[in-house]
Structure formats: structure tokens, C-alpha cells
Design a protein around this ligand. Structure first.
Ligand code: BES
Ligand code: ZN
Ligand code: ZN
Length: 520
């Protein structure tokens, strides 16, 4: 959906010979030092800027100047139109914060590049930053590409001058770091950033631009140009399997539901991880209709599905080894057509459990329950992770800064918290327990889909899902607060964030088999 693909590549060009729009050096706080060979002009400029106090290398601080104005002799000249000094801040003691420092700097560079409408940008990597060369390249690449993200698909009338600037070509200069390591890190950063941008694109699409059919189409196309295997279960297939949750939610809509399946297969002996993402392409609430103010945001109710789908794209591209991954995306609208589910109706989820519908707006758990039960029955995974914009309650509890995590397995929870911390997507674990599950006791059916009050809403929603995973290690990420309006950062735009993609890729690449003792 990007009009033109953004490229990023390693370059051998001497930075001083780079005749593009913007040449960037990264500078640590209180350390007035440029990468080797920056030359006389730039070192003199840095010294001046430092002495005046205009730039001290603080986090996300930038300083732009025009070397062409300075007197330049033949051997020290700088050909770039502009030079940007970008502050890294002080190197933090914690490695995850250092990773984040590079992403934030990448985002700040992209923003500044956009402000001056730079198309070609060369960034010289910092040699003395305390991270492996590959990680420096990876995190910076993420920041640059994520910060450069725009969604312009539905803008037809803007003239060129009014359009926000967007970099077309990024070049990285190794700055003295190992080229092989830098190339590897850059490729990794590029794969996850592109996947995240693809997830943002899907979310930015309006409800009439991204329906279950688009989810299916994207997955099918992806499988044609990758090693991923794609299967799509349509309404008839789901009827045969008696998936009463997805079918029930979709029956109020004119748009048919789809269950999208992608498989990433390595070796048979490897464990299988199952990923499930809520792909609700518009949530009106159904018969229990939501209030109109802000209802347009419910086009984002598919962000879990988008994250899972695009994470698969990156996992395939990076050829992650030692693990098989299967992704399921139950995709449907939740509308209030005359065939819609009604409060009081009873449905049968996949596997036969009956569920009394108390609130048609608690639809996410209904479609996830089918997908979880079906995925576990079909693929016997070692573990399951689901992502869903499941409850407003998680925003009340954690705001827009932490994803809610609920799990029946401590090792799995710990791996996710770790992966999230590395990716700059923090998570906070909430409890589960029979005292909460009790709120879902139904007098008519095996379970009801909502409690009689809203207390502990994020937890009771997870309790519903837990009914359908049995003993399989499972973790649920409630991303209702972070899928959009996530903590404002230089590399996170105001709209959808693409949260979860980078965490999932980190989880899969560093997967540690769960010890049997703790599998319960
Ligand atoms: N998609 C919503 C959850 C949501 C709300 C996400 C606000 C992001 C922002 C979900 O389907 C829903 O409506 N949940 C209800 C559950 C309730 C009826 C038990 C909720 O949170 O109010
Ligand atoms: Zn809902
Ligand atoms: Zn929903």
C-alpha cells in the first residue's frame, strides 16, 4: 500500500562523497565525537555547535546544518546537501534501553528527514555504542523505517508541496563496524519493520477497505511468494467443522467470514508454536451496539490478526530455524443485521462447548475460542499465543503503555515479557483464577460470554479463552490499549502501531522449549 517502496542498503560510499539530501552522524550525550574520517568541516562544525550549547547529543535531539555554506577546501569538502547530528543520549546500563535509544534516534532522523523532504539519506553507524554491531544496525534500521511510515492511500487531492516528506532511499555506512554483522542486522531490522508497516497498513484501511476477504487474499499472495503454506476455511468449511463462534458473530453481517491459516514448516522434530490473532474487521458491537462516538476506531479491531499475519511474513523472510509456526486468523465483522446473534442466544463453539450470549459486543472471545480449540486439536502445538484487541478494561487498567498478558504457564509468560522488553513493547501480567471464572457461570449453558458486571473485564475475557486451551501452555496478549494510540514515540505514529509483530518475531527467534514440569 506504500506508493513507492522504501529501500535501505549498506554503502561503501565515503560519507564525505555522498551527494544526497541528508548525511547523518549519531552523537552520544556529552561526547563530542564523530565517526572516524568525518573530516575537518564536520568536526569544526560539531565543535562550534557544542561550544554554543546548541546541541549536546541528548536523546532525540537533532541539529541540522548546511555544509555548503561553510568554506570547503578540496580535500575536506562534504558533498551532502545537509548534515544532521542526531543525539543518542547517554548510553543506558540496561541493554534493552540501549536498543530503544537506537530506535528512537532512527525515528528522530526519519522525522527530521521528512521535515526537509529529504529523499536520499545516509546514516553513519556509531562505532562506540555498547551493542553488537548487528544489533546496532537492526535497531537503527527499525527506527528509520518505522519512523518513515505514512499511509496516504486515500489522499487524492493533495499537491506535491503539501504532502509530508518521505525518505525513499536510506543508506547505512558501517562507520568501522563489521560489514557482515551490519548487513545481517540491517536485513533483520528491515524484515520486521516492513512487516510492522504492513500491519499498520491493514489497520489504517477502513472497514470497507479491509474485510475478511482482504485478510485471505493477502495470506494467499504471501504464500505464493514465500515458503509459507496457506489455507483459508470459508463459511461452508467452518459449518462442517461446527465453528459456532465465528459463524455466530458473522451472521449479522453481509460479509462472509474467513479463517485464514498460514504454516511455517521447518523440520518435523521441531516444536510447533501456534499463533492466533483476532481479525475483527469492524466491531459495531452487534445488537448490543456501541455508542457512535469513537466507533470508527473499531476498524482497528483486527490488529491482532494483522500482527500475527505479518509476523509470519517476517519469520519466513528471516528463515528462522528450530521451530514450526502456525498462524490462525479468524476474520469477520460484528454487525447487527436481522440474522445477528441476540442476547440470550446459545451457540456451540468448536469442540461442542455451549455458550450463552449475554453481550454481543463480547464477540472477540467467541471467534478466538473456535480458533484456539481448532488450532490445538489440529496442530498439537507445544504452546499457543493469541493477540487480540479484546477489552476496553485493559485500557482502564494499563492505559496505552503496556500490553496485558495473561497466561496459564510461567515460562511462556516470562519468554513473552522478555521478547516484549527487547522490542520496546512492554507487557504486564494479570492473574487468572477460578474466582474470576465464576463470573462466567451460566444457568443455561456451559459458560456465558460476559459477566453480569464489568469488574475484572480483561481477566474474565481471558478466563473465557482459557476454557478452550485445555492443558496446552497458552498466553493471551490483550492489545486493546497498545494496538493504536500506543505511547507516543519518534518511531510510533499516532494511529495504529503494529504492536506485537516485533515481539512475536523475537519470541520465535529465541524460542526456548518449555520444561515439562511447568507445562501445566
Ligand atoms: N473490540 C472490543 C474491545 C475494545 C474496546 C478494544 C475499546 C479497543 C478499545 C471488544 O470486542 C469489546 O467490545 N469488548 C467489550 C466486552 C464487554 C462487553 C464484556 C468491552 O471491553 O467493553
Ligand atoms: Zn466487541
Ligand atoms: Zn471487538
Amino acid at each position: 500500500m506504500h506508493d513507492k517502496a522504501v529501500t535501505i542498503q549498506l554503502t561503501d560510499t565515503d560519507p564525505r562523497e555522498f551527494a544526497g539530501d541528508l548525511l547523518v552522524y549519531l552523537v552520544e550525550e556529552e561526547i563530542p565525537h564523530l565517526a572516524a574520517n568525518a573530516g575537518k568541516v564536520l568536526n569544526r562544525a560539531l565543535q562550534q555547535v557544542w561550544e554554543t550549547g546548541d546541541f549536546k547529543g541528548k536523546k532525540e535531539q537533532v541539529f541540522l546544518f548546511y555544509p555548503g555554506v561553510a568554506e570547503q577546501d578540496e580535500e575536506s569538502r562534504v558533498l551532502a546537501k545537509r548534515v544532521l547530528l542526531a543525539g543518542l543520549g547517554k548510553q543506558d546500563d540496561a541493554i534493552n534501553v540501549r536498543r530503544e535509544q537506537l530506535r528512537l534516534t532512527g525515528g528522530a532522523i526519519a522525522k527530521q528527514a521528512s521535515a526537509v523532504k529529504a529523499k536520499d539519506v545516509l546514516v553513519v553507524l556509531p562505532k562506540d555504542f555498547l551493542l553488537a554491531a548487528a544489533e546496532i544496525a537492526e535497531c537503527l534500521t527499525e527506527g528509520l523505517l518505522l519512523g518513515n511510515y505514512r499511509f496516504e492511500l486515500y489522499r487524492t487531492s493533495r499537491d506535491e508541496a503539501e504532502k509530508p516528506g518521505r525518505v525513499e532511499r536510506f543508506f547505512l555506512h558501517d562507520g568501522g563496524l563489521s560489514k557482515t554483522a551490519v548487513r545481517k542486522g540491517m536485513q533483520r531490522g528491515k524484515a520486521v519493520a516492513e512487516a510492522t508497516c504492513a500491519a499498520r497498513d491493514m489497520a489504517n484501511q477502513p472497514g470497507n477497505g479491509w474485510t475478511p476477504a482482504e485478510f485471505a487474499e493477502y495470506a494467499k499472495k504471501l504464500s505464493k511468494k514465500s515458503k509459507l503454506k496457506c489455507k483459508v476455511l470459508d463459511k461452508a468449511a467452518m459449518q462442517k467443522l461446527a465453528m459456532g463462534g465465528i459463524l455466530g458473530v458473522s451472521q449479522g453481517s453481509a460479509v462472509p467470514p474467513q479463517l485464514v491459516i498460514l504454516e511455517y514448516r521447518t523440520e518435523k522434530k521441531n516444536p510447533t508454536l501456534l499463533l492466533v490473532g483476532k481479525g475483527l474487521t469492524f466491531d459495531s458491537g452487534g445488537i448490543c451496539t456501541k455508542p457512535p462516538a469513537g466507533m470508527e476506531d473499531m476498524k482497528y479491531d483486527m490488529c491482532g490478526g494483522a500482527a500475527v499475519l505479518t509476523a509470519m511474513q517476517a519469520i519466513d523472510e528471516l528463515e528462522i530455524s528450530g521451530i514450526n509456526v502456525v498462524a490462525l486468523i479468524p476474520a469477520t465483522e460484528n454487525m447487527s443485521g436481522s440474522a445477528a446473534l441476540k442476547p440470550g442466544d446459545v451457540i456451540r463453539q468448536f469442540g461442542g462447548k455451549t455458550s450463552e450470549i449475554i453481550n454481543t459486543d463480547a464477540e472477540g472471545r467467541l471467534i478466538l475460542a473456535d480458533a484456539l480449540a481448532y488450532g490445538i486439536a489440529t496442530y498439537a502445538p507445544e504452546a499457543v499465543v493469541d493477540l487480540a484487541t479484546l477489552t476496553g478494561a485493559v485500557i482502564v487498567g494499563l492505559g496505552h503503555h503496556y500490553t496485558g498478558l495473561l497466561a496459564n504457564n510461567d515460562q511462556l509468560a516470562a519468554q513473552l515479557i522478555d521478547a516484549g522488553a527487547q522490542a520496546g513493547e512492554p507487557m504486564w501480567r494479570l492473574p487468572l483464577g477460578p474466582e474470576y471464572r465464576k463470573q462466567l457461570d451460566s444457568r443455561l449453558a456451559d459458560i456465558k460470554n460476559a459477566g453480569s458486571d464489568r469488574s475484572g473485564g480483561t481477566i474474565t475475557a481471558a478466563c473465557y479463552l482459557q476454557e478452550f486451551v485445555g492443558e496446552t501452555p497458552w498466553a493471551h496478549l490483550d492489545i486493546a490499549g497498545t494496538a493504536w494510540d500506543f505511547t507516543e514515540k519518534s518511531y510510533i505514529p499516532k494511529g495504529p502501531s503494529g504492536t506485537g509483530v516485533r515481539t512475536l518475531v523475537a519470541l520465535v527467534s529465541q524460542w526456548k522449549p518449555l520444561k515439562p514440569a511447568d507445562k501445566k
